[in-house]
Design a protein around this ligand. Structure first.
Ligand code: AMP
Length: 544
C-alpha cells in the first residue's frame, strides 16, 4: 500500500485511556523508593507479601465491597469470560441475534402486507439457534446453570413459539417490538462467568486466606500487597481509573486493641520514613452492627436527619434512606452546620466497643502515634466495625486522603470462611507520590556514572569488556553502539549527565593505559584497568 493510501483511521495516534497514565523515569524511581520502603518497613512488623490476581469473580467484590456501593454498582470494569473454542457457535449466534435488523429490507414503519414471513423468518432462525445451542450448553453445564439462565431459555422458547405462529399478522411496529424484546432476553443469557478487574484488594486477600486454609497457620496472618486497582471514577487530580494501592491486612487471632494500634503505627512509620509532609491521622470507632450499638445509633441518626431533611441537599436526602451514615461524609459547605448538630456515634457505642475504642487510643499513645478523633469518619457496610482511620497528607487538594483503613471482623465469614477477625488499610500510592513530589522529594534524573567513548574496532572490543567489568562492579555505564567522533561522544556524555567519560582509542588499547575524563571539571588522567576500577570505587564511596 502506498503511503497516500493510509487513511486517517490507520494513522490514528493511540493514547492512554482516560484515567490511566504512563509512569515514566525519573518519576518511577520515586515509586520504586516508596515500594521498597514499604517492603522494608512492613517486613520489620512481620508482614509477608501476597501477590493477587488482577481479576476475580464479580460476585466476590459485590459481596465484599457491597452491591449497593458506587464502586460495585457503577465503577467496576466487568467482562464475561468464556471458553471461546467450545462456545464459539453459541457466542456467534448470540451476536447475530443481537445485531440483526430488518431496516435494510423495509422502508418506514407501516401496515404489514404480504411477505412478512420472508422478512422475519431469518430472525426466527437466529433466535432458534440461540435457543438450541444455549439449551444444549445449559444441559451440559457449559454455561452457568443459574436460575436466571434457566428463565431466559424458557422465556425464549415460549416467545419464539408465539412469534412464529403469528408471523403473518400484526403491524411492522409490533414485529419490531417483538424483535427488541428478543434482543433484551438474548442479552441476558450469561454464557460465561462474570469477572471484574479488582477495585480494591481486601476481598481478594480474604478469599486467599480461606482458599489456602491460612487459618491453620499461626494467627494472626499478616499480609501486604501492592499493585493496580481499577474504578471507573471521574478522573481528576489524584483520582484515576487505574490507580495503585499499597495495603496490608491482619487476619485471624484476636481483636486486641494493640493489633489495631500496631497496624496504624506501621503505616505512620512508613510515612515517616518517606518524610511525607503534613500527615494527619483521624480515627473513630463505628461500633458493631447491633441494636445496642451502631444499629441503634443509625436509627437515632435517621430520625435526626428526617427533622432537618429540607435543609439538606438532594444527595444527602436520598442517603437518609439508603445509607444515613454516608451523610456524615458530606463535603457540602451548606450542610456542615447541620451535620455538627447530629447525634454522635461515640455516645451510642455498646460497652464492649467503647472499651475497645479507649484501649486503641491508649495503645496509640503508648506508641507515640499522634491522632485526631473524627466522629464523622464512617464506613457504610455492616461488616466494618470498631476502629476506622484515615490519613491525609499535604499538597493533594480535595483528594487528600492518602490512606484508609479499619476493622472488618465479619468479612471473611461473609465470603464463606470461618469467623475471623480482620483489620487492614490501603494507601493510595498515586497520591502518596504526588504529595512527595509536591514537597520537593522528587529524585533528579539519574545520570550515568561512565560514558565510554571508543574509536576503532580494537577499542570496541576493549570497550565491551570494560563495560562488562564496570557494570559488574555496580556502575551505570553507557556504551555507544556505533563509533562516534570523540567530540560528539563527549557532548552525548554531557547530555546524559555522565560523571566520567572513559576514552578508549588505539593508543589507550596498545599502551594499556585508559584515559578517564571527569566531566564536571574537564580534568583527565590515565589509569591501568585495575587502577581505574579502584579509583572509581573510591570516588563513589566518597560521594555516597
Ligand atoms: P479505598 O479503597 O476507597 O478506601 O481507598 C483507599 C485509598 O486509595 C484512598 O485513601 C486513596 O488514597 C486511594 N484511592 C482510592 N480511589 C482512588 C482513585 N480513583 N485514584 C487514586 N487513588 C485512589
Amino acid at each position: 500500500m502506498s503511503e497516500g493510501a493510509v487513511n486517517k483511521e490507520e494513522r490514528r495516534k493511540f493514547q492512554a485511556i482516560k484515567g490511566t497514565r504512563d509512569l515514566l523515569p525519573p518519576e518511577t524511581a520515586l515509586w520504586n523508593r516508596g515500594e521498597q520502603t514499604a517492603r522494608e518497613v512492613f517486613a520489620t512488623f512481620g508482614f509477608g507479601e501476597i501477590r493477587l490476581p488482577i481479576f476475580e469473580p464479580t460476585d466476590l467484590f459485590a459481596r465484599a465491597v457491597g452491591g449497593e456501593t458506587d464502586i460495585v454498582s457503577k465503577e467496576m470494569y466487568t467482562f464475561e469470560d468464556y471458553d471461546t473454542t467450545e462456545l464459539l457457535e453459541l457466542i456467534e449466534s448470540r451476536r447475530a441475534a443481537l445485531t440483526w435488523t430488518d431496516s435494510p429490507i423495509l422502508g418506514p414503519p407501516g401496515p404489514l402486507g404480504s411477505g412478512t414471513q420472508a422478512i422475519f423468518s431469518p430472525y426466527t432462525t437466529l433466535v432458534g439457534n440461540v435457543l438450541r445451542l444455549g439449551s444444549d450448553a445449559f444441559q451440559k453445564g457449559k454455561i452457568p446453570r443459574t436460575p436466571e439462565n434457566e428463565r431466559v431459555l424458557a422465556d425464549l422458547k415460549y416467545r419464539l413459539e408465539v412469534f412464529v405462529s403469528s408471523l403473518n399478522s400484526g403491524t411492522l411496529n409490533e414485529k419490531r417490538q417483538f424483535v427488541n424484546s428478543f434482543k433484551g432476553l438474548v442479552a441476558q443469557l450469561k454464557i460465561g462467568e462474570s469477572l471484574s478487574l479488582r477495585p480494591e484488594a481486601t476481598a481478594s486477600v480474604c478469599r486467599a486466606y480461606v482458599e489456602h486454609g491460612m487459618q491453620q497457620l499461626p494467627q494472626p496472618v499478616k499480609l501486604y500487597y501492592m499493585g493496580p486497582m481499577f474504578r471507573r471514577e471521574r478522573p481528576q487530580k489524584g483520582r484515576y481509573r487505574q490507580f495503585y494501592q499499597i495495603g496490608a491486612e491482619v487476619l485471624g487471632g484476636s481483636d486486641a486493641p494493640a493489633i489495631d494500634a500496631e497496624v496504624i503505627e506501621m503505616v505512620m512509620t512508613f510515612f515517616d520514613r518517606l518524610e511525607l509532609q503534613g500527615v494527619q491521622l483521624d480515627i473513630n470507632s463505628i461500633g458493631h452492627s447491633a441494636d445496642n450499638c451502631r444499629r441503634g445509633y443509625v436509627e437515632k441518626l435517621k430520625v435526626a436527619l428526617e427533622n432537618v431533611k429540607d435543609k439538606l441537599g438532594p444527595d444527602s436526602q436520598r442517603r437518609i434512606e439508603t445509607n444515613p451514615l454516608r451523610v456524615l461524609d458530606s463535603k457540602l459547605e451548606s450542610e456542615q452546620g447541620i451535620i455538627a448538630t447530629l447525634p454522635r456515634i461515640a455516645d451510642h457505642l455498646c460497652e464492649a466497643c467503647a472499651t475497645h475504642y479507649s484501649a486503641v487510643k491508649h495503645q496509640l499513645e503508648m506508641r507515640g502515634v499522634i491522632y485526631r478523633e473524627n466522629w464523622r469518619l464512617v464506613r457504610g457496610l455492616d461488616y466494618y466495625m470498631r476502629t476506622t482511620f484515615e490519613i491525609t497528607a499535604q499538597g493533594l487538594g480535595s483528594q487528600n486522603a492518602v490512606c484508609g483503613g479499619g476493622r472488618y471482623d465479619g468479612l471473611v465469614e461473609l465470603l464463606g470462611g470461618p469467623p475471623t477477625k480482620g483489620i487492614g488499610f490501603a494507601i493510595g500510592e498515586d497520591r502518596l507520590i504526588l504529595s512527595l513530589q509536591e514537597s520537593g522529594k522528587a529524585p533528579a534524573q539519574q545520570g550515568r556514572d561512565v560514558y565510554i567513548a571508543w574509536m576503532g574496532e580494537r577499542a570496541h572490543a576493549t570497550a565491551i569488556r570494560a563495560a562488562k567489568d564496570l557494570r559488574k562492579a555496580g556502575f551505570s555505564v553507557e556504551l555507544p553502539p556505533v563509533e562516534q567522533k570523540f567530540g560528539k561522544a563527549l557532548g552525548q556524555a554531557d547530555k546524559l549527565g555522565a560523571k566520567y567519560a572513559l576514552i578508549l582509542g588505539d593508543n589507550e588499547v596498545s599502551e594499556g593505559l585508559w584515559t578517564l575524563k571527569t566531566l564536571a571539571d574537564g580534568s583527565q588522567a590515565k589509569y591501568t584497568e585495575p587502577d581505574l576500577l579502584e579509583h572509581l570505587r573510591k570516588q563513589k564511596a566518597l560521594s555516597s
